[in-house]
Design a binder for this molecule. Sequence first.
Ligand code: SF4
Length: 413
Amino acid sequence: MSTTGFAMRHHTHTVTVSHADSMVRIGGSHPVVVQSMTNTDTVDALGTALQVKELAMAGSELVRITVNSPEAAAAVPYIREQLDKMGVYVPLVGDFHYNGHKLLTDYPDCAQALSKYRINPGNVGKGAKKDAQFAQMIEVAAKYDKPVRIGVNWGSLDQSVLARIMDDNAQRSAPWTAQQVMTEALIASALESAQAAQDIGLAENKIVISCKVSNVQDLVAVYQQLAQRCHYALHLGLTEAGMGSKGIVASTAALSVLLQQGIGDTIRVSLTPEPNGSRSTEVVVAQEILQTMGFRQFTPMVVACPGCGRTTSTVFQELASDIQTYLREQMPVWKNQYAGVEGMTVAVMGCVVNGPGESKHANIGISLPGTGETPAAPVFVDGERTVTLKGDNIAVEFQAIVQAYIEKNYGMS
Ligand code: SF4
């Protein structure tokens, strides 16, 4: 264990996923990678390209798109081209099920435009065709030098593997529980498929694996075992996490336990978007899991008190929300202009009880007036009280102070 409380990172092979000059490394000692997936119809190439751009701008380092039909496969090179024209070089991952072997073979431009393929061994074909169709996909990956993710999902578990493990279990003097059988079937499907891919000619540093389930405790159990049994780079994600706070909490609970144990090289938070909600919420949540745990820094963090009976107006909630949004929206530009700005903290506090104290610990803090307090908001910069803001323009003036602080402290010239 390190002194920070994190476990040593589980050793995995480094898998490089690249497009043009954009190179993402998954595994080894590289930072845990954030990835996401579109929910547009891939046939709508422009709509998909725009959502990929949105996800990339939010911080997704890889973006997966569904490739489920000849029309979708035909659209992939055009999506790549549109993204390149927009200056968005995020590597694209193709998600294949059932007909991936045909699509990757019949649409070589699609196979080449993608930077990685996701293959679900439970959905590559049945019976005698299964191995041949899996091999066909791996051969395309080897031909174009693309990495793959062997992504097992308990909802589409390879039934032949499950049946074999159930048969073996029936012979045991002390049979496993149904839970243990499922865990073993998931892991066996992933590891046997990965070995098969290696036997066909794909190197171990071209293989990422995942075994997704929708229950937090099951996910933790599965990945703890996976980490003991292999050194493939591991993609973490709780499948079907759900909507809103339930999806966020479930994903955070599962991923945090594993990341704290040094398990996981790339994460995706599978949130069901609210109607008309932003798809990029899943990227923000993934980043916040990594940043609040101290693994990576993506954007300046806002520390805000929860508010209580001492704050009867919404001014401070609005200021906290506005400044958080402002900071996040600036990051695509700031990260190239202001090195280290992502480590900054800003405190927005509701009253004098904890306001000045918390504000002093942040790079910049503001303590708003609580009910009955003098309508003035002292601002602290690097622990020192600097100005006191008053009147209706506090939000704008505070934002200007934050911007000036960033230019002065993180400007590269
Ligand atoms: S800082 Fe003030 S407003 Fe915020 S929770 Fe504490 S007492 Fe309430």
